[in-house]
Design a protein around this ligand. Structure first.
Ligand SMILES: Cc1cc2nc3c(=O)[nH]c(=O)nc-3n(C[C@H](O)[C@H](O)[C@H](O)COP(=O)(O)OP(=O)(O)OC[C@H]3O[C@@H](n4cnc5c(N)ncnc54)[C@H](O)[C@@H]3O)c2cc1C
Ligand SMILES: *[C@@H]1O[C@H](CO)[C@@H](O)[C@H](O)[C@H]1NC(C)=O
Ligand SMILES: *[C@@H]1O[C@H](CO)[C@@H](O)[C@H](O)[C@H]1NC(C)=O
Ligand SMILES: *[C@@H]1O[C@H](CO)[C@@H](O)[C@H](O)[C@H]1NC(C)=O
Ligand SMILES: *[C@@H]1O[C@H](CO)[C@@H](O)[C@H](O)[C@H]1NC(C)=O
Ligand SMILES: *[C@@H]1O[C@H](CO)[C@@H](O)[C@H](O)[C@H]1NC(C)=O
Ligand SMILES: *[C@@H]1O[C@H](CO)[C@@H](O)[C@H](O)[C@H]1NC(C)=O
Ligand SMILES: *[C@@H]1O[C@H](CO)[C@@H](O)[C@H](O)[C@H]1NC(C)=O
Ligand SMILES: *[C@@H]1O[C@H](CO)[C@@H](O)[C@H](O)[C@H]1NC(C)=O
Ligand SMILES: *[C@@H]1O[C@H](CO)[C@@H](O)[C@H](O)[C@H]1NC(C)=O
Ligand SMILES: *[C@@H]1O[C@H](CO)[C@@H](O)[C@H](O)[C@H]1NC(C)=O
Length: 613
C-alpha cells in the first residue's frame, strides 16, 4: 500500500483521469451521485484484497473496495511478527467481538477477534501458513459437485502454474496468479526444513520459515525425528500434513505479509482503476433490479464507520457484480441486515425479509484449543523478553535496524498435525476428512503464551481439535447494523469434539515424554499427565479458547441443494449480481488454520469472476 493516504481527484470516479489508484480515508470522500464501478468489493480483508488486485489486472475494469477499518500502516503490533498476540483483542484494529456464553466452555463468553483494518484478519492473525490436507479440498469438491475445488485443481492457485493447460481460466491468467511467494530467510540454512517442490516462488504473498533459532528447536526436532507416533514431516503443506514440521508463516524479511502489504503493494496501488475506501461501513446490500425473474443485488448502502448508526447513508452500484468479502462474521451479519436469510427470524426481529436463504449465518464452525505448559531446564526461552521491558526494547531496536533477532518470527516455530488411533473412537464417528487428515494439532512454543510468571522458563504446546463437528451460528440481536451480531461457535458442543481434545491433551504428555525431552521438561504447570477424564474435561472447558478460524456461515453447496448460501461459483443462490468470496463459503472447516484456504479460494474466485464477464 502507498505510504501516504491519498485523497486526490475525487472526481476520478466520475471520469477525471489520474495516474494513481485512490485510497480514500472516509465514506464522505466519494462523490454522492453517479457512483459506478464494474465491481464493488465489500471488505478489504484477506480475500477482498486478492480480488481487488486480480480484477484490476485488466486496466479497463474499475474496482472499489470498501473497508470498515483504517490503514494497516505504521501499526507496530501488526508489523512486528512476534507482537502478533498484541494485535488483538480489543485494539483499534479489532472488531472486539465476544462470543455468546459457550456451554462447552463451562458457560464462558470469550473474546473473538477479527481484523478491523485494511488486510482484515490477515493483518492481525498469527501468520501460520497451513494449507490443510488434500482430503480437505477434495471434500469441498465433493460436497459442491465442482471438481475445481479439489486439491489437484487448486494447486495452480497455491503455488504452481501450467498443470492444467486445458483449463481456459488458468491460461487466461498468464501464469501470474499463484498466492505463494516462498522466500527462505537469508540468514538461515533451510535445507531439510521444507520441500521446495511443493512451493511457489513467484506469487504475491510471501511465506517463509522461522528466521531466528529458539531454545526448544533442537529438542523438538530431535524428538520428532526419533518418534514413531509423532514423526518429523519435512513439509506439512504438501497435501499430507501429518507429523511435526517447521512452521511456515506469512512473513517477509522479518515483517508481516498481509493481503494489504502484498496484494495492495505499491506496484498494484499505482493502478488507476483500483480504489480503496477506508473507514467505511457497508450497512446493507440493496436490490438494484431484476433479471430473468431473479432479484439483482448490485447496490451497496454504506456509511462512515466513525459516525455510528446515525451516520448518513450513501449508495454505490456495481455495473457487473457486488462481492461480499466481509468474512465469516461480517458476511452473514451484512446479508441478514439486508433481509437475506431465514424469513421467520428476520421478521421477528423487525427486518423485512427480501430473499429466503435460511442457511445464512448457520453452521458456524471453529477449532478449539487449550494451552499446556511446563517449566523447563533452560534459560533460552522467550519468557524473559515477555516480562522484562528492557529486553523487549533491545529486541525491538534490533528488529527496527536490521530486521533480525527474536521478533522476526511469530510465536510458533514448529506445528504438528496428528491423528488418534482408529479404534479409539468407540461408538463415536471419526469426523476427519480422510485417513491423511488430522484430528488434532500441536502449536509448539518456546515459552508461555501470554503473561509468564515473574520467574522461570517455560515450554508450551497449544493443542487444538481440528476436525470438530459442533456447528453454531451468527445471528442478529438488533436491526442496527452497527451493533455486533451474536456469535455462537458452539465450541466443544459435540461429544466427539471434547473426546478428541481430551485425548490430544494426553498425547501431548506422551510427546514430551519422548527421550529427547529428558532433562529439558521439569514439571507440568497446567495439568498432571495422570488426570482422569473428568479432571481433564473440567480443565479443558474452563481454559480452552477459540482457534479464530470461523467458516461455513455462507457455505457453498451443490447447485440446487436445499441448504447452503452460495453455489459452487460462489454466487448467492437465487439472486443475481451478488457473490461471496471469503472464509464463510468453506462448507467444512479444514484441518488447518484458515488463511491459506481463504487466499486459495479467492484466487480461484477471481478467475471464475473474470470468466463470467
Ligand atoms: C487473532 C487471529 C489469529 C489468527 N491466526 C491465524 C493463523 O495463524 N493462520 C491462519 O491461517 N489463520 C489465522 N487466523 C484466521 C485467518 O486470519 C482468517 O481465516 C482469514 O484471514 C479470513 O479471511 P476473510 O477474507 O474471510 O476475512 P477477513 O480477513 O477478516 O476480512 C474481512 C474484512 O471485511 C471488513 N468488514 C467486515 N464487515 C464490514 C462491513 N460491514 N463493511 C465494510 N467492511 C467490513 C473487515 O474489517 C475485514 O477487513 C486468525 C484469525 C485471527 C482473528
Ligand atoms: C475496539 O476497541 C478499541 C479499543 O477500545 C477501539 O479503538 C476500536 O475502535 C474498537 N473497534 C471497533 C470496531 O469498534
Ligand atoms: C545445511 O544443512 C544441511 C542439512 O543439515 C547440510 O547438509 C548442509 O551442509 C548445510 N549447508 C550449509 C551451507 O551449512
Ligand atoms: C450445515 O452443513 C451440513 C453439512 O454440509 C448440511 O448438511 C446442513 O444442511 C447445513 N445446515 C444448514 C442450516 O445450512
Ligand atoms: C531486564 O533486562 C535487563 C537487560 O538484560 C537487565 O539488566 C535487568 O536486570 C533485567 N531486569 C529484571 C527485573 O530482571
Ligand atoms: C525505528 O528507527 C527509526 C529511525 O531511527 C525511529 O524513528 C523509530 O522510532 C524506530 N521505531 C521503533 C519502533 O523503535
Ligand atoms: C530486509 O530488511 C533489511 C533491514 O531493513 C534490509 O537491509 C534488507 O535489504 C531487506 N532484505 C530484503 C531481501 O528485502
Ligand atoms: C457410547 O460409549 C460410551 C462410553 O463407552 C457410553 O457411555 C455410551 O452410552 C455409548 N453411547 C451409545 C449411544 O451407545
Ligand atoms: C442483545 O441486545 C441487548 C439489548 O441491546 C443486549 O443487552 C444484549 O447483551 C445483547 N445480547 C447479546 C448476546 O449480544
Ligand atoms: C538441567 O540440564 C543440565 C544440562 O544441561 C543437566 O546437567 C541437569 O541434570 C538438568 N537438570 C534437571 C533437573 O534435569
Ligand atoms: C499433580 O498432582 C499432584 C498429586 O495429586 C498434586 O500435588 C499437584 O499439585 C498436581 N500438579 C498440577 C500441576 O496440577
Amino acid at each position: 500500500m502507498n505510504s501516504k493516504l491519498r485523497n486526490i481527484c475525487v472526481a476520478l470516479v466520475v471520469g477525471c483521469t489520474v495516474s494513481y489508484g485512490l485510497i480514500l480515508s472516509q465514506a464522505t470522500d466519494l462523490p454522492k451521485s453517479n457512483l459506478e464501478f464494474d465491481f464493488i468489493i465489500v471488505g478489504g480483508g484477506t480475500a477482498g484484497n486478492v480480488l481487488g488486485n486480480r480484477l484490476t489486472e485488466n486496466k479497463h475494469t474499475s474496482v472499489l473496495v470498501l473497508e470498515a477499518g483504517g490503514s494497516n500502516e505504521d501499526v507496530l503490533n501488526i508489523i512486528v511478527p512476534f507482537f502478533a498476540t498484541r494485535a488483538t483483542p480489543n485494539t483499534p484494529q479489532d472488531w472486539n467481538y465476544t462470543t455468546a456464553p459457550q456451554t462447552g466452555l463451562a458457560g464462558r463468553s470469550v473474546p473473538y477477534p477479527r481484523g478491523f483494518v485494511l488486510g482484515g484478519s490477515s493483518s492481525v492473525n498469527g501468520m501460520a501458513y497451513t494449507r490443510g490436507s488434500k482430503e480437505d479440498y477434495d471434500r469441498f469438491a465433493h460436497v459442491s459437485g465442482d471438481q475445481g475445488w479439489s486439491w489437484n485443481r487448486l494447486i495452480p492457485y497455491m503455488r504452481k502454474v501450467g498443470l492444467f493447460k486445458t483449463d481456459v481460466h488458468v491460461i487466461s491468467a498468464k501464469n501470474t496468479f499463484q498466492n505463494e511467494r516462498f522466500s527462505p530467510p537469508t540468514d538461515r540454512n533451510t535445507t531439510e526444513r521444507f520441500n521446495p517442490a511443493v512451493h511457489g516462488f513467484n506469487g504475491i504473498n510471501t511465506v517463509s520459515l522461522p528466521g531466528f533459532p529458539r531454545g526448544s528447536d533442537t529438542v523438538v526436532i530431535k524428538a520428532a525425528s526419533e518418534s514413531r507416533e509423532f514423526p518429523f514431516n519435512i513439509d506439512t503443506n504438501s497435501g499430507n500434513p501429518l507429523g511435526i514440521g517447521w512452521t511456515q508463516s506469512t512473513i517477509k524479511n522479518g515483517s508481516r505479509s498481509s493481503s494489504a502489504t502484498s496484494y495492495l503493494a505499491p506496484q498494484f496501488m499505482s493502478r488507476p482503476n483500483l480504489h480503496i475506501m477506508l473507514n467505511t461501513m457497508a450497512t446493507r446490500v440493496v436490490q438494484s433490479g431484476s433479471k430473468n425473474g431473479e432479484p439483482e443485488f448490485q447496490t451497496v448502502e454504506y456509511a462512515a464507520r466513525s459516525g455510528g448508526s446515525n451516520s448518513p447513508r450513501f449508495r454505490a452500484t456495481a455495473k457487473k457484480e457486488l462481492i461480499l468479502s466481509t468474512g465469516a462474521i461480517g458476511t452473514p451479519h451484512l446479508l441478514l441486515h439486508s433481509g437475506i436469510g431465514d424469513p421467520q427470524s428476520l421478521t421477528s426481529l423487525g427486518i423485512t425479509p427480501v430473499h429466503n436463504l435460511p442457511s445464512v449465518g448457520r453452521n458456524l464452525t471453529d477449532h478449539t484449543l487449550v494451552r499446556i505448559s511446563w517449566q523447563v531446564n533452560s534459560t533460552d526461552t522467550f519468557d524473559e523478553s515477555e516480562r522484562n521491558a528492557t529486553v523487549t526494547a533491545e529486541e525491538l531496536n534490533r528488529w527496527n535496524i536490521t530486521k533480525t533477532g527474536p521478533l522476526v518470527d511469530a510465536l510458533t516455530n514448529q506445528i504438528g498435525w496428528q491423528r488418534l488411533p482408529k479404534d479409539s473412537f468407540g461408538n463415536l464417528t471419526d469426523p476427519s476428512a480422510g485417513p491423511y487428515s488430522p484430528h488434532y494439532e500441536f502449536l509448539i512454543t518456546n515459552g508461555i503464551v501470554g503473561t509468564p510468571p515473574s520467574t522461570g522458563n517455560y515450554f508450551t504446546i497449544s493443542v487444538a481439535v481440528v476436525s470438530p463437528t459442533a456447528r453454531g451460528a451468527v445471528t442478529l440481536n438488533s436491526t442496527n447494523p452497527f451493533d455486533p451480531p451474536v456469535i455462537d461457535p458452539n465450541m466443544l458442543g459435540e461429544k466427539v469434539d471434547i473426546f478428541i481434545l481430551r485425548e490430544a491433551v494426553r498425547k501431548i504428555q506422551q510427546f514430551v515424554s519422548e527421550p529427547a525431552f529428558t532433562g529439558y521438561i521439569l514439571a507440568p504447570i497446567s495439568i498432571n499427565a495422570t488426570a482422569s477424564d473428568a479432571e481433564l474435561d473440567a480443565f479443558i472447558r474452563s481454559n480452552a479458547a477459540p482457534g479464530f478460524h470461523p467458516v461455513s456461515t455462507a457455505a457453498m453447496s451443490a447447485r440446487g441443494a436445499k441448504h447452503g448460501v452460495v453455489d459452487p461459483d460462489l454466487t448467492v443462490k437465487g439472486v443475481r449480481g451478488l457473490r461471496v468470496v471469503d472464509a464463510s463459503v468453506l462448507p467444512f472447516i479444514p484441518g488447518a488454520h484458515t488463511q491459506a484456504a481463504t487466499y486459495t479460494f479467492a484466487e480461484r474466485a477471481a478467475d471464475l469472476i473474470k470468466a463470467s464477464h
